[in-house]
Ligand binder design. Sequence first.
Ligand code: GLU
Length: 474
Amino acid sequence: MEKIRTRFAPSPTGPFHMGSARTALFNYLFAKKENGVLVLRIEDTDKERSSPEWEKDIIENLKWLGIEYQEGPIRQSDRIQVYKKHLEQLLEQGRAYYCFCPQEELEAQRQEQMSRGEAPKYKGTCKTLSKEEVQKKLAEKTDSVIRFSAESKTITFKDLIRGEVKFDTGLTGDFVIAKDLSSPLYNFSVVIDDAEMQITHVIRGEDHISNTPKQILLQEALGLSRPIYAHLPLILAEDRTKLSKRHGDNSVARFKNEGYLSEAIINFLALLGWNPGDNREIFSLEELVKEFSIERIQKAGAVFNLKRLEWINGFYIRKMPIEKLAELCLPYLKGVGDIPFQTLQEVAALHQERLKKLSEISEIADFFFTENLGYPKEMLLWKDYKEKDIAKALETVAAVVSDIKEKEWNRKKLEEVLLKKAEEIGDKGYLLWPMRVALTGKKASAGPFEVADILGKEKTIERIEKAKSLLDLG
Ligand code: GLU
């Protein structure tokens, strides 16, 4: 049997986004499952828009996600001579021709066709130029492009996801395949490369489906074989329009920086258009390789549901060994203060259940590592109590906890003695609210016993004293 070969062919013209990552993942899963090969091809023929920075972004994030390719990266910019040879062949055979029509003229034609309700297409003006005329214009350096002389016919292809797809290429007209011999355009270079790299399956976004008939026409003209196509469903935002920049930053880097785990992103992306046939939602990359099948990819658009991503991420965070979680949290607490790893592990353990993404740790746990809490004293107040009453409450807390021996300092003991005192007084919040604010500087946080436990006796008393000193005792 022929070896399966897929390719992921991004254009490095902007940040590597989640939609591209899904395409890469599906190509990877399919190739891996079939013991095939995934080729990474960088489609960088658009010199103005491509940049090495974005190529790096793609390569680094594929690596981070664990999407491995067996061949590449192959850059199209290194293969200009190859495309040139094929362009020359088509020109020689009269299957392609130079077009010198000025932009304004083309635009006027388009407008006119559209006003008549026709699909705009090139009229073929330059197709009949003689060899001499073409040579003369080229020698004069008249602006030109190279067009493909496209046959008008019905192209039918079988798409593994969409079934039989039909296009009438009569509506396409003679499309541009290169700006000049050294500047091929996407539809042309993609056809050459898919053939030369012996790609058996082209798995890509649905937005490329209308390019497919053009590519098939070119394959036929060049005598190249046709790969099998599978067009992945569009990714929709929650408003059900195509996910795009309008909906904010959807780059992989953004999600990585916010503290989404690569396992969670992979799991989430797999479910963007694919399902296992039952209601399981958690899959490791290995499990996906086993379970994946193109037949289970849907046609309908797949909604990018951030809540689902958060839920999946929370799941992987909860499963993580504390030491690893602490390590991953560390970058989000940089600059906060001194971070003893032991404390960080305790803090991570305290928040593990609730964390949806790692970056949240800086907001919910920074106070463990800084003495500079900077809260307004009003935050310490509880119900209608006066400042001096709250100062009294803090004094009571300080006295009660001072009696706890260092070696008995733990959450349980703190809870026991403080709740007992609160019962005597008859208002739990009166003691515990100002205590918790004094320790955390926050309106909402983990509870006072857990926090005091991690902070230790000395810091706990220090912070309570400091809070008391903010209050007016008059
Ligand atoms: N460079 C194209 C893109 O990034 C590749 C499309 C294809 O897979 O054929 O959209």
